[in-house]
Design a protein around this ligand. Structure first.
Ligand code: GDG
Length: 479
């Protein structure tokens, strides 16, 4: 095996469902390119330095005879693979993770399918992750597990390494007890999670929901944000995730992005551009946003021909029925709206069902007068923060759902209830009329927050707290 585990000094091992790589298969050869998602950027300093390592699924079904080659190649990038079969991806990832946990944790309980074989596979894949992680783990390592696909992993690793330092961070909301209790395997899920020493969520509300759920379903006690179980203490805290502010801010100044901005705004001098960017997901409130725009065009015809919505929907999970249905509904709604309101030289909705290179995204952020972010439920929502980081001129208005974790920090946004179409419509009108001084006052305040509490701050803060929590536990044990 490529990875050297003989070194007993302490390293950090990150474990997530997917490794931060793009795979290229050419002439029967695999190559791996590190991907630049927010999490990978933030954790780059951790896993690329020292002998630290990131464990996860590489994104392809690798035949047994080629696994050693993949281990070698990923090892050069400080990555270690967990090999999953297509059936495991179907049942553990698309099944239990995305058809049970995702809808329930986003409060869309009627979308959940509680299939026994999903659960069985979720358990066995979490065991598989533990087995792979054990190939690179030492007793003294710090382990940081990411997200809802691996809720059982803290508990499995705790059994194997009783004194290990284990942190867990969940990127999506944690629902209230009344919602969580619907899951048939609820106690097992919670028992898995409390194998961690530190459990992090984006918001204090998630923390509160988790603590109240755990104390009602498990034989644990709680005092403030600390749970006690079998002489162990588990700390639960909020760590609102940030973005790479400097990357987004400086990208807008680059020649390439400036060129795209000029092209994009060409002939649109007086047009107000409204931007929306999401993965295709029923939690993101895409249809409701379109309905609010329709209401605006009905009740405020003075804006016909004066505003354009640029709506980017990035394909995601469209093998799942609810997602493909949603895509069809969006197609239909946009087609209908455009057909009714368009003129020869104007169209209300410019809809893109695809992803773009980051430079185009940056040009869109920099060109948009308004960014419309109205999820029905969202752990944090990074798009809202990326828009703010891209507004170097301090103008522009963010309209933000109160159901997004980001609304707890970005209080200078126009905050709306995503179920209240009238509320969204009024916020758009307010944004269209907002004087520049007010835009700047709000934007400067939000930029200060997004710049300061960036993704590096988030990583450092979590790791620091994990160290503190472990030190406190050790001192309690020696008393
Ligand atoms: C989960 C939680 C939480 C989008 N389109 C393109 C593109 N993107 C990038 C954005 C942004 C990311 O995707 C989306 O992040 P979000 O936070 O908005 O949403 P989720 O994907 O649902 O993320 C969420 C997050 O985890 C982190 O904890 O905030 O609540 O659901 O970074 O820029 N990137 C490129 N082209 C696109 O077309 N390159």
């Amino acid at each position: 095996m490529y990875v050297d585990t003989s070194n007993t000094s302490m390293k950090t091992v990150i474990i997530s469902n997917r490794l931060p790589v793009k795979i290229i298969e050419e002439n029967n050869e695999y190559s791996f390119i590190p991907s630049e998602g927010g999490l990978a950027t933030g954790l780059g300093d951790v896993y690329k330095t020292g002998n630290s390592i990131w464990v996860g699924w590489p994104g392809i079904d690798v035949p047994a005879e080629r696994q050693e080659e993949v281990i070698q190649k990923l090892g050069e990038l400080n990555l270690y693979p967990v090999f999953l079969t297509q059936e495991e991806i179907n049942l553990y990832y698309e099944g239990f993770s995305n058809e049970v946990l995702w809808p329930v944790f986003h409060y869309l309980v009627t979308y959940a399918h509680y299939e026994q074989n999903y659960w069985d596979c979720y358990k066995s894949v979490n065991e598989k992750f533990a087995k792979s992680a054990m190939q690179v783990l030492n007793r003294r390592d710090k382990i940081w597990i990411q997200d809802y696909q691996l809720l059982l992993l803290p508990g499995i690793l705790r059994e194997k390494l009783p004194t290990a330092t284990i942190g867990f961070f969940q990127h999506i909301p944690f629902p209230s007890y009344e919602i969580f209790r619907l899951i048939p395997w609820r106690e097992e899920v919670l028992n898995g999670l409390i194998g961690a020493d530190l459990i992090g969520f984006h918001t204090y509300d998630d923390v509160r929901h988790f603590i109240s759920t755990a104390t009602r379903l498990l034989p644990v006690n709680s005092s403030s944000n600390i749970l006690s179980s079998n002489e162990r203490q588990i700390v639960v805290e909020a760590f609102p995730m940030g973005i790479d502010f400097n990357k987004f801010s400086s990208l807008t100044e680059s020649e390439e992005v400036q060129y795209e901005i000029t092209n994009f705004r060409n002939g649109k001098d007086d047009m107000k551009i409204i931007l929306s960017i999401d993965r295709l997901d029923y939690s993101k409130g895409i249809l409701e946003r379109l309905k609010a725009l329709e209401l605006l065009l009905q009740l405020h015809p003075e804006y016909i021909g004066k505003i354009e919505l640029f709506m980017v929907v990035v394909p995601s999970r469209d093998t799942v029925q609810q997602y493909s249905e949603l895509r069809d509904q969006i197609d239909q709604f946009v087609g209908n709206l455009n057909a009714r309101y368009r003129s020869m030289d104007w169209i209300p909705v410019n809809y893109f069902y695809r992803s773009f290179p980051i430079e185009t995204l940056s040009a869109l952020y920099a060109s948009a007068d308004i960014c419309l972010v109205t999820p029905m439920r969202d752990g944090m929502n990074l798009v809202s923060k990326e828009y703010i980081a891209s507004r170097n001129g301090d103008d522009g208005v963010l309209i933000l759902s109160e159901m997004a974790g980001a609304s707890k920090e970005l209080t200078d946004a126009l905050i709306v209830n995503p179920n209240n179409l009238g509320d969204i419509m009024e916020a758009i009108v307010l944004a269209l009329k907002m004087p520049l001084e007010e835009q700047k006052r709000r934007m400067v305040a939000m930029r200060t927050i997004v710049e300061k509490f960036n993704v590096k701050h988030w990583v450092n803060n979590f790791i620091l707290r994990l160290n503190e929590v472990k030190d406190t536990q050790k001192s309690l044990l020696t008393k």
